[in-house]
Design a protein around this ligand. Sequence first.
Ligand code: ATP
Length: 328
Amino acid sequence: FDRVFEVLDLKPLIRDREGARALGEVRETSGNGSAPAAEGPKADLEKGAAKGRAPTVRFDHVRFAYPSAEEVSLASLESIARTDTAPAREVLHDVDFAAAPGQLVALVGPSGAGKTTITHLVSRLYDVSGGAVRIGGTDVRDLTLDSLRSEVGVVSQDAHLFHDTIRENMRYARPEATDEEIGAALEAAQIGPLIAAMPEGLDTVVGDRGYRLSGGEKQRLAIARLLLKAPSVVVLDEATAHLDSESEAAVQRALRTALAGRTSLVIAHRLSTIREADQILVIEDGRVAERGRHEELLLQGGLYAELYRTQFARQDGDERSDAALTRD
Ligand code: ATP
């Protein structure tokens, strides 16, 4: 029983502060625009439902260290003070940037540089150790977690699908969604025809023991989910897994719809995304080492130019030959 009560007494490290406010509330009072008028599910999706209300996402001199396992268990028990723990290794040092409303910011950099960590802080999976992450001008620690997580849509590399029907997998993003809204999201994510062609349509069971979707199809379903949720901020880890070129093109089209009018932070593995980015942040050892657009950074001849040579030049070759093929 002691052990059971110990577990029941655990409090999550990240929780609402006293007086935390909903993101929508803060935005309304600060007069940052209002939601667009509804013109039916399809119209909303196609013009980017978040247009006009996408907020600025700002990292204000952010420093961050992952809490140690010891710290997590100590902090969870309120009766024990969070002292005498070894200082954790800082993985982000003075990260400072702003993604303006509707901008696409691409994060690139070597493995272990801190890109994923930056995306974790946007939806407040952890609290910063120094500085602040602000959405629409408000520190995320002053927002309710519910409102924050409903305004930030996350698409990770490996989308999780529940062993359930496509309809229920979609409703996970918005429980009250109608079949018409689900259909519009699937259509906009370039996966409508495939699902319509399945004998059981929306009732098809997917997941480990159900209908096996390919990597590209899974990602498009994840994008459809995001469209249904209609967040104003998107955090996306692009797939590194090789998709065949047809699937790749469909995913790119779906993404363009998904990101339109939303403030987005994308861990970019595709040259096409990087070229379209309003701002590229090159992350190295937990710092923003370089920033700018593709051509500017190439001209600088620094780390980005090096990354381009080792990671992206081959894709560039592929894109050029694809373009040549299309022209022929
Ligand atoms: P990749 O491109 O390989 O995904 P990344 O740039 O996304 O790398 P992060 O995953 O953000 O890098 O990792 C940054 C640093 O933080 C690394 O040194 C990593 O070992 C460390 N790290 C990541 N997650 C945790 C965690 N949960 N606890 C402790 N340290 C972590």
